[in-house]
Design a protein around this ligand. Structure first.
Ligand SMILES: [Zn+2]
Length: 228
C-alpha cells in the first residue's frame, strides 16, 4: 500500500528548504508526498511592515505577492515529485507583528491564529491519513514556525520535526541533537536544488544569489529530524 508523507510548512519554501532532499527521496521510493503550506493567504493591498516584506524582495508594490509565491511552490513541489496544499492563513506581518524583530520575539498574546489553524490541520490530517508527518522544529523562533510546531505537537501522530533552514545555520547556540538523520544521494540533492531554485522571490533575500544557495545545498548531504 502506498505510504503518505505529509510535510506541514509554515511558509511557501520552509518544507523544501529544510527537508526537500528527504521529501524527494521518499517520493522516489514510492511514497505519496504532500507539502501543505499554512500561511499562503492574500492581502489585496498590504501596508507597513507587510508591504516592506514584499519590497525587500525587490518586488513592486502592486503585484500579487502570494499568487507569485504559490506558483513558485507549485513548481518546487513538482521538482521533488510532491503534491501541494495551500491553506489560506495570513502570515505574521498581517497579524500584528510589525517589524523583523517582532517576528522572532515570540508569539503575541493576542495572536489567535492557532484557533483557526488547529482545526484546519486536524481536518487535513484526517483527510490525508499520513503515515508520517513532518513539521518545523522552529529553530530561529519565527512566530509562524512556533505556532505550526505547537499545533502539530498538540494534534500528535507520527511527527518528525525538521531543522529550519537556513535559520539552523545561524542559530548555533540553540543546536538541538537530532534523533533521525537521512542521508541524501546525488539525485535527492539535485532534486532539492531544482526545487529550491523555484522559490525565486526568496533566494536573493535569504542567500544572496542562486549560486550561493546551490553551493550551500550541495554541501549538505544529510537532513536531520527530531521526534518530539
Ligand atoms: Zn518560514
Amino acid at each position: 500500500m502506498t505510504r503518505t508523507l505529509l510535510a506541514v510548512s509554515p511558509h511557501l519554501d520552509d518544507a523544501i528548504f529544510s527537508a526537500g532532499g528527504t521529501l524527494a527521496l521518499r517520493a522516489r521510493q514510492g511514497w505519496r508526498v504532500l507539502v501543505a503550506t499554512c500561511f499562503t493567504g492574500n492581502v489585496a493591498q498590504p501596508t507597513g511592515f507587510a508591504l516592506a516584506c514584499q519590497l525587500d524582495k525587490r518586488l513592486p508594490p502592486d503585484i500579487d505577492y502570494m499568487a507569485l509565491r504559490r506558483a513558485e511552490d507549485f513548481a518546487a513541489c513538482q521538482a521533488i515529485g510532491a503534491g501541494f496544499v495551500h491553506l489560506p492563513f495570513l502570515e505574521a506581518p498581517h497579524r500584528g507583528y510589525d517589524s523583523a524583530a517582532a517576528l522572532f520575539a515570540g508569539r503575541l498574546p493576542d495572536d489567535d491564529i492557532a484557533s483557526g489553524l488547529a482545526p484546519a490541520l486536524e481536518a487535513l490530517i484526517a483527510a490525508e491519513n499520513p503515515d508520517r508527518i513532518f513539521g518545523p522544529m522552529a529553530i530561529g523562533s519565527h512566530a509562524d514556525h512556533l505556532v505550526v510546531r505547537s499545533v502539530l505537537e498538540a494534534i500528535g501522530g507520527k511527527l518528525s520535526l525538521w531543522q529550519d533552514w537556513p535559520y539552523a545555520d545561524r542559530a548555533s547556540s540553540t543546536r538541538i541533537v537530532p534523533t533521525e538523520t537521512v542521508r541524501l544521494d546525488a539525485s535527492a540533492i539535485g532534486a532539492k536544488i531544482s526545487a529550491c531554485q523555484a522559490y525565486a522571490t526568496q533566494i536573493g533575500f535569504q542567500f544572496g544569489s542562486p549560486q550561493a544557495m546551490t553551493d550551500r545545498i550541495r554541501r549538505m548531504d544529510e537532513e536531520h529530524f527530531l521526534t518530539p
